[in-house]
Design a protein around this ligand. Structure first.
Ligand SMILES: NC(=O)c1ccc[n+]([C@@H]2O[C@H](COP(=O)([O-])OP(=O)(O)OC[C@H]3O[C@@H](n4cnc5c(N)ncnc54)[C@H](OP(=O)(O)O)[C@@H]3O)[C@@H](O)[C@H]2O)c1
Length: 279
């Protein structure tokens, strides 16, 4: 039996087992995807012993995404640029690391708007955390023109600019409306708007009519930002699909088959979220 897992500390909240075990069952693969709580001190040892413990690899989540870099043998350009990884897999006894969040974000957009082109777009991003970094890396690879960053902590936005250069620009709080007016896409990459987190306070009526609004928050499934954008007739991309699409690459590495992000899977995870919210 082939095995993979997700590691974090704590790890109870992860929905990755639901996703991967759904695919294993649907594709009739003799495999198992587990949830393993790994303390920070045990992280290097756990990663080095993946093979001995019968794992093909693992997903890595909070708080290990940066620390895991020093425990893998090889990492790719995405990890070099973002200094963070979420997926580990083994090839010929070497431990490889990559990050699939940026691809998951892009594939989620393409699942809603298959012909959407990032090239040449002016993008307004709220947030400068770990997922913002992964998303910026992908958007710049796809030749976005400029990414305007609005973040509570200026230093973190400046760090993004340092990592990726002059295509990353910082939004001055007085110029929010000016930049919204000239943006093709608005992304919320913060936790604002998530259940039990502060709301996202931004007035988006100034966005152009052709703009696309993406939120990476997926609890609730439809955030206030998405509902407002929908009411303005804008293109909208809610966050749950990103979670499903980022999982595809890891599954393919570990189990040798590229799984499909189906409506049935979306509904299964959406139901799980709704059940949790109703508690
Ligand atoms: N859909 C998906 O697949 C997916 C994938 C990854 C993450 N997410 C979600 O995305 C969110 C961010 O994740 P992350 O890993 O990027 O976290 P992170 O690295 O901790 O970054 C958090 C970001 O949110 C901002 N923020 C948090 N609370 C705020 C507040 N009260 N007011 C203003 N800004 C606030 C932070 O600003 P400061 O820099 O000022 O602290 C930072 O920009 C989480 O809700 C996570 O669940 C979704």
């Amino acid at each position: 039996m082939k095995k993979a897992c997700v590691i974090g500390w704590p790890i109870k909240h992860s929905r990755s087992p639901l996703i991967h075990n759904y695919w294993l069952k649907q594709l009739q693969i003799d495999g198992l995807y587990e949830r393993v709580a790994v303390e920070p001190n045990d992280l290097p040892g756990f990663i080095r012993n993946l093979k001995q413990n019968g794992y093909q690899g693992c997903n890595v989540t909070i708080p290990h995404k940066e620390a895991a870099l020093s425990a893998v043998d090889i990492y790719d350009q995405i990890v070099r640029e973002t200094r963070s990884l979420n997926t580990i897999f083994l090839i010929d006894d070497k431990i490889h690391g990559t990050s699939t969040d940026g691809q998951g974000f892009l594939n989620n957009i393409l699942s809603y708007y298959p012909d959407y082109q990032i090239q040449g777009k002016t993008i307004f991003m709220i947030g400068a955390g770990g997922s913002a970094k992964a998303i910026c890396q992908k958007l710049l690879e796809e030749k976005a023109e400029t990414i305007w960053i609005l973040n509570r902590t200026l230093e973190r936005a400046l760090e993004l600019q340092q990592s990726f250069g002059s295509k990353i620009q910082i939004v001055h709080p007085n110029e929010i409306h000016h930049h919204l007016k000239t943006s093709d896409m608005l992304i919320n990459s913060t936790s604002q708007g998530m259940i039990s987190q502060p709301p996202l306070e931004i007035e988006i009526d100034n966005l152009p009519k052709h703009a696309l609004v993406a939120d990476i928050v997926y609890v609730p499934l439809k955030t206030k930002l998405i509902t407002k954008a929908e009411s303005l007739g804008l293109k909208v991309v809610p966050g749950l699909g990103m979670l499903l699409h980022q999982a595809v690459e890891g599954f393919q590495h570990w189990f040798g088959v590229r799984p499909e992000v189906s409506q049935q899977l979306y509904d299964l995870v959406a139901y799980d979220i709704a059940m949790e919210q109703s508690k």
